[in-house]
Write a protein that binds this ligand. Structure first.
Ligand SMILES: [Mg+2]
Length: 190
């Protein structure tokens, strides 16, 4: 069982809003929601990837707040599959400017969930020597991730995945029922 970090356990979006001093762009009224809102710093704010990530040093990643449901998610999946079969699986941003991401993410995981092993992957395997998440996909492996593209690649490679509901994916409308949906998913597939 692989748990994504950003957007599932760590609140990356809140961290980005604070670091860039901007309000949340997401709402039904603003029309900013769904898969097209995935790269909102670029598509809504008009930033380049380096604009977004160059201000995100090791301490930024290490000090991200937990998401509202992080502890519930970890407890729920451990309850379903056993704590020793759960790992955090997190991708390093593609931008070269995000140099502190690997260390900062490991800092975060050690601080909040020291019992869980961490697998570092990459959004772009040409930037780092780590592979994308779907390299880990095979029969019986489940990924919980807010990145719809990651989930689709994982399915296509032979694994199972659940898109964790968020404003920036196609399951945005069921965010209020995310933990219950995870429980149902695990009852069916774990
Ligand atoms: Mg994520």
């Amino acid at each position: 069982m692989l748990l994504d970090l950003d957007g599932v356990l760590a609140d990356l979006v809140q961290g980005l809003l604070e670091r860039h001093g901007r309000p949340s762009p997401f709402s039904v009224e603003s029309g900013v929601f769904g898969p097209s809102a995935w790269n909102f710093p670029q598509t809504v704010w008009g930033q380049s990837p380096d604009d977004t990530w160059s201000v995100c040093d090791r301490s930024f990643w290490a000090q991200l707040p937990k998401t509202e449901h992080a502890d519930e998610i970890v407890a729920l999946v451990a309850g379903h599959v056993g704590a020793r079969r759960v790992a955090i699986c997190t991708a390093l941003p593609g931008a070269v400017a995000a140099d502190g991401a690997a260390d900062g993410k490991l800092d975060w995981c050690r601080r909040h969930y020291p019992e869980l092993p961490v697998i570092l992957t990459a959004e772009h395997s040409d930037v780092y020597t780590t592979p994308p998440k779907h390299f880990l996909a095979h029969d019986g492996v489940i990924l919980i991730d807010d990145n719809e593209a990651n989930c689709r690649a994982f399915w296509n490679a032979g694994g199972l995945a659940m898109i964790w509901p968020a404003w920036w994916n196609s399951r945005w409308a069921v965010q209020g029922h995310a933990v219950g949906q995870l429980d149902s998913f695990l009852r069916c597939f774990a």
